[in-house]
Design a binder for this molecule. Structure first.
Ligand code: UD1
Ligand code: CA
Length: 459
């Protein structure tokens, strides 16, 4: 018996009013479908006998396949969307009789792995398990119809329901599990004889009951977990819920958040102990924060690595940056890809760093551009210094030795090397390598023109 997850993702998603297929819309920076795939992959990891899952795609299918890149997926095309039962039936060839099939929706991204697992586990003493939840407003959902003993009889879709059934608040979430043999037999018996003229997967429940098979409902207490997205309003609600959960996870992992409602994590954020994150920070991709890191407000941090005791001051933007221990960056710092700050380095306001290493204890405190530069330790870069790394066609390196001092408003025209301990006089344009331990400057001599008068406006 092997586990076989099937994710339904062929629906049009008309209500998104989008050129993109619904399942590619994101929650927490990741497509909804990817979330569900990840949960199914986790489920498969716990089951040594199988590793593949099926995604049924249709509407905008090529876009979906192009974005979701995963070798463990068997893609099944549902060319025409004739209902959820029809969708599963498209995968018939890939379903073995003794497979444990688990069906989930690609547009319900907050589902938890352990909830999916509970449906599979339920097959130990049932022929079909279905995940249900109770909603204050069940409008639009398939209702769980039970008999007087409380056992499930069938699922009735909203459009097929009478007034009495419409009052039922227990609804179908869409997640069901059954073995391959039963499932295929029920799928062959489905008919589109209903209000929507579709092959309803949900009719499998009534068919199972009619055959005297055992159907068990698993109740999901948390309705948000199984909430699907049909329009951008629901997407925004789920996004908030997802972010709330991320914030809770961070706090339980030892992070202090100035306001758990004002942080957005779009990806994975790994954290050490005693991290403090002020309001309105966005974390994108994979970022790690060491112990005692402080992130002041208003930063956007993408795929970066920030070590112990570092402080990112307000309104800084980091992408693919590595900030070493005890470093400070910002306020208003921009660390672009491959910016590396070694221990105790300091980058101040309005400084942009790209593909450069700022050595241990070195400081670039104000208004600078440092690109394609290797900087030693304890260097001081004066305000307004620019490494001119680009001649309009090619990029060149600047090398700055340990203990160098670059006077304010200097330009270092790459390729160029400033040797160890060298001092560059303020306002210099350095085009040739400069010697160690000496003062180099390039500046017109200061002069005063005696008798010079300011022009006067003519009448
Ligand atoms: C479905 C259920 C309903 C349940 C609700 C929960 C059926 C008949 N109804 O209704 O009981 O309460 O979900 O959200 O199953 N899909 C396909 N191909 C199709 C049709 C749908 O792949 O031909 C996929 C969609 O992409 C989506 C999922 O199946 O991921 C659900 O489809 P949707 O049209 O949203 O079903 P509902 O009418 O909401
Ligand atoms: Ca739906």
């Amino acid at each position: 018996m092997k586990l076989l997850p099937i994710i339904l993702a062929a629906g049009k998603g008309t209500r998104m009013v989008s050129e993109r297929p619904k399942v590619l819309h994101a929650i927490g920076g990741q497509s909804m479908l990817q979330h569900v795939i990840n949960r199914c992959s986790e489920l498969l990891n716990g089951d040594k006998s199988s590793s593949n899952l099926i995604v049924v795609y249709g509407h905008g299918g090529e876009q979906v396949r192009a974005v979701i890149d995963n070798e463990a997926i068997d893609w099944v095309l549902q060319a025409e969307q004739k209902g959820t039962g029809h969708a599963v039936d498209q995968a018939r060839e890939l379903i073995a009789d003794d497979d444990l099939v688990l069906i989930a929706y690609g547009d319900a991204p907050l589902i938890k792995t352990k909830t999916l697992q509970s449906l599979v586990d339920g097959l130990a003493d049932a022929d079909l398990t279905v995940l249900t939840t109770v909603l204050d407003n069940p409008t639009g959902y398939g209702r769980i119809v039970r008999n007087s003993q409380g056992s499930i009889e069938n699922i009735t879709e909203e459009k097929d329901a009478n007034a009495k059934i419409k009052k039922i608040t227990e609804v179908n979430t869409g997640v069901i599990a059954a073995d391959g043999k039963n499932l295929k037999s029920w799928l062959s018996q489905l008919s589109p004889d209903n209000a929507q003229g579709e092959y309803y997967l949900t009719d499998c429940i009534g068919l199972a009951v009619a055959e005297g098979k055992k159907v068990a409902a698993v109740l999901c207490e948390d309705a948000m977990e199984v909430q699907g997205v049909n329009d951008r309003l629901q997407q925004a609600q789920l996004e908030r819920e997802y972010q709330k959960r991320q914030a809770e996870k961070l706090m339980l992992a030892g992070v202090s958040l100035a306001d758990p409602a004002r942080i957005d994590v779009r990806g994975e954020l790994q954290v050490g102990k005693d991290v403090f994150i002020d309001v309105n920070n966005v974390f994108i991709g994979n970022t790690t924060l060491g112990n005692h890191v402080i992130i002041e407000s208003g930063c956007v941090i993408t795929d970066s690595h920030i070590e112990d005791n570092a402080r990112i001051k307000a309104n800084s933007v980091l992408e693919n940056a590595h900030v070493g221990k005890n470093c400070e960056a910002g306020p208003f710092a921009r660390l672009r890809p491959d910016a590396v700050l070694k221990e105790n380095a300091k980058v101040g306001n309005f400084v942009e760093i790209k593909k450069s290493t700022i050595g241990q204890g070195s400081k670039v405190s104000h208004l600078s551009y440092i690109g394609d530069t290797q900087m030693g330790s304890n260097v001081n870069i004066g305000a307004g210094t620019i490494t001119c790394n680009y001649d309009g066609a090619n990029k060149f390196q600047t090398i700055i030795g340990n203990d160098a001092f670059i006077g304010s408003d200097s330009q270092l025209i790459a390729p160029v090397t400033v040797a160890e301990g060298a001092t560059i006089g303020a306002g210099s344009t350095i085009t040739k390598d400069t010697p160690a331990e000496q003062l180099t400057l390039s500046r017109a001599k200061q002069m005063t023109i005696t008798g010079w008068k300011r022009p006067i406006k003519q009448k």
